[in-house]
Design a protein around this ligand. Structure first.
Ligand SMILES: Nc1ncnc2c1ncn2[C@@H]1O[C@H](COP(=O)(O)OP(=O)(O)OP(=O)(O)O)[C@@H](O)[C@H]1O
Ligand SMILES: [Mg+2]
Length: 142
């Protein structure tokens, strides 16, 4: 599926649309250049999951964990949103798997990791010359 996004409100709408699939698949892999909107998309998911803390890019920590405040998810034992920024990484990624288990995970710069996430949703974000963001969403493996 392809979506053209022209503002952050539309990013939020798209995140809302994808939320049920995210809950099912549990992992979103984000691809796209610097400033394409990966963290912004993650913040929208955070809002939808009622996360109270402000989600910011975890570039220096690489991984951050946010408590999900959604009854439905709490009941189904999906406790945390795991936000990984692999910008500074080159290969690997297995070290994250134990934290991801039973949680929801978003990975920025997923292409820098070597580990495969065959059941994930992949989103490629491209910014075109009109400053539109093109979100390409697919179920394909990493
Ligand atoms: N849909 C959008 N419409 C307009 N501006 C946007 C949109 N999404 C993000 N931006 C703006 O683009 C800038 C960069 O966004 P963001 O930090 O989400 O990018 P990123 O892909 O996470 O970058 P990085 O690779 O550095 O982590 C921010 O100033 C943000 O406000
Ligand atoms: Mg970012």
């Amino acid at each position: 599926m392809m979506k053209i996004i022209t503002n952050e409100k539309e990013t939020y709408q798209l995140a809302k649309e994808l939320l049920p699939a995210f809950k099912k698949r549990k992992i979103i892999l984000l691809y796209g250049d610097l400033g394409s909107g990966k963290t912004t998309f993650t913040q929208c998911l955070g809002k939808l999951l009622n996360i109270k803390k402000y989600i910011k890019s975890p570039t220096y920590n690489i991984m951050k964990r946010y408590l999900i405040n959604e009854d439905e998810l709490t009941n189904s034992q999906l406790k945390y949103l795991i936000h990984i920024d692999a910008y500074r990484l080159n290969g690997g990624g297995e070290e994250f798997l134990e934290y991801m288990f039973d949680n929801l995970t978003v990975i920025e710069w997923a292409g820098n990791l070597e580990v495969k996430f065959p059941n994930a949703i992949r989103i490629d974000i491209e910014v075109n010359d009109k400053n539109q963001r093109i979100f390409n969403i697919c179920s394909c493996a990493h």
